[in-house]
Design a protein around this ligand. Structure first.
Ligand code: 0O2
Length: 215
């Protein structure tokens, strides 16, 4: 269904914020429930923590401008996919796909697109799993299907991404070439660390299963 858009008015911006905020709450709650259930069944939490944010109006306008769109409420809804963004931080790469599957399997969620920057990292070295989903928000008189961008990554990938973001901000996107190269090298080290931690964890799980089987 459509937003009731009364363009360029403060009221319609407030309505947009209310709906996207509600979408963040919906997805956040779903993730918390999945994490609790996982803990109950497998005695293990795949999610370390969750960060949710609404994109600032300045940032939305900047994105619209960059892509050649006028700053209207309709264009925001149509062309800015990450007004509502939620970041899910996990311990291991395997958790990322587990969480992505659990989200995709929810009946009321529609997966609109997926970008797997783990299989295909960006040239910067950036790794993360992005899902664009839509979730129905039930208002008093209508249902609004609302887009949420979900970024799922490991603690190590998140550490890399936040440092790279800070560096890029400092140099306004034009960091010296040697710093960019160092960041690519750090991204390689992050992948190595993630792989080692995953295989270590798998070995520990296997050993404890064997021990429990013997008893
Ligand atoms: P912010 O401040 O994080 O919100 P789209 O969003 O699909 O219209 P795009 O650029 O094709 O446009 O989307 P993509 O590639 O999926 O990336 C969107 C978000 O991923 C970015 O949001 C960043 O959060 C993150 N990201 C992508 N590439 C990099 C990278 O090289 N380094 C870091 N640190 N983060 C990255 P925004 O809107 O840029 O900013």
């Amino acid at each position: 269904m459509e937003f009731r858009v009364n363009e360029e008015t403060v009221d319609s911006w407030k309505e947009v914020q209310l709906v996207y905020n509600s979408a963040l709450k919906e997805i956040g709650t779903k993730l918390e429930i999945l994490n609790d259930e996982f803990q109950h069944v497998h005695r293990y939490n795949p999610i370390e923590h969750i960060k949710a944010r609404l994109k600032t109006p300045e940032s939305i306008v900047k994105k619209l401008k960059k892509n050649g769109y006028e700053s209207t409420i309709n264009n925001m809804i149509e062309h800015v996919n990450d007004i509502a963004g939620i970041r899910v931080i996990c311990s291991f790469t395997s958790d990322i796909y587990r969480i992505a599957d659990m989200i995709a399997n929810q009946n009321d969620i529609k997966v609109l697109s997926v970008k797997d920057y783990i299989v295909s990292p960006k040239a910067s070295g950036y790794k993360s799993y992005h899902m664009l989903v839509s979730v129905p928000i039930f208002l008093s008189d209508r249902i609004v299907d609302t887009k949420v961008e979900i970024q799922i990554r490991t603690v190590a990938m998140d550490f890399w991404a936040s440092l790279e973001h800070k560096i890029n901000y400092k140099f306004e996107g034009n960091a010296p070439i040697h710093i960019k190269e160092e960041l690519v090298e750090c991204a390689r080290m992050v992948s190595e660390l993630d792989n080692k931690m995953l295989s270590l964890n798998e070995e520990v799980l296997k050993l404890s299963e064997e021990q429990n089987g013997v008893r």
